[in-house]
Design a protein around this ligand. Structure first.
Ligand code: SAM
Length: 250
């Protein structure tokens, strides 16, 4: 099997079981699995759901799955690129997968952009990205991705997965993260995300230097001006954005 499309297959049943039970905490009517590969996780998800949509880009693997699970009416295999797939088309669902690492961020963004019908996701990803998602303010790993995802979801670690749990082993360690969508999402989310990008534009610079080009000298008067973005909590970002938006009508 060529090592393309982030194809590293999980071979430890205990880990697959932990992933499936984190995704399907109770019986789950519908699940979407991203990158089912040869169906290792699929096999653990099927007993926990009534309907499983598995999206696989590799034609040979999609065909392999169709034949392997031909007697399983709950499984629908979609030979498609997840990034070009409308995940909302089948209705409410839990989303999960041992992700192709080369597109972890766009998959995450796609999940975050869904709505309350998609309350939960569990993704296995490279450990470095998981560390960023779970980081606390004031640490190096804390950045745009941390705060952007925290506006929409609470994230928690499910488990760390060593490279040896995959065949072939990836070059990096991995971690599974569970995302629980928050009941209240700020209505100004797109503006907030744009604001966060500005705050984190140059991580080593102060907020004064990152924000002055957009908001002008009023930034100098802010108590947060000498701080760096990585020092602010989610709620401080929301408050700062509201303060600036009130002045600029954003
Ligand atoms: N779930 C399997 C497992 O745990 O053994 C395979 C996981 S492997 C890390 C990632 C899978 O995603 C591969 O089967 C790969 O072909 C598939 N894939 C890669 N890019 C994709 C894309 N854009 N859309 C859907 N599937 C993709």
């Amino acid at each position: 099997m060529p090592r393309k499309l982030g194809q590293h297959f999980l071979v430890r049943d205990s880990i697959l079981e932990r992933l499936a039970s984190a995704a399907c905490r109770d019986h789950t009517p519908r699940v979407i699995e991203i990158g089912p590969g040869r169906g290792a996780l699929t096999r653990h998800l099927l007993p926990r759901t009534d309907e499983l949509h598995a999206i696989e880009l590799d034609a040979a693997l999609a065909q392999h799955l169709q034949s392997k699970f031909a007697a399983e009416p709950k499984l629908r295999v979609h030979h498609a690129d997840v990034l070009a797939t409308d995940l909302a088309q089948w209705g409410p669902a839990v989303v999960t997968g041992n992700l192709p690492y080369y597109i972890t961020s766009p998959i995450l963004e796609k999940f975050l952009a869904l709505d309350a019908r998609f309350p939960l996701a569990v993704f296995l990803m490279q450990r470095e990205v998981a560390d960023r998602l779970l980081a606390q303010p004031g640490t190096r790993a804390y950045g745009y991705l941390t705060v952007a995802s925290r506006l929409v979801c609470d994230a928690q670690l499910v488990l760390h997965v060593p490279a040896a749990a995959f065949a072939p082993p990836p070059k990096v360690d991995s971690a599974a993260v569970q995302f629980i969508r928050k009941p209240e999402i700020p209505p100004s989310l797109p503006h907030l995300l744009a604001f966060l990008r500005r705050c984190f534009a140059q991580k080593r610079k102060t907020l004064r230097n990152n924000l002055r080009p957009f908001y002008g000298p009023m930034v100098d008067a802010l108590p947060e001006a000498p701080l760096r973005a990585e020092q602010l909590t989610l709620y401080q970002f929301i408050a700062l954005h509201a303060k600036l938006a009130a002045h600029r009508n954003l």
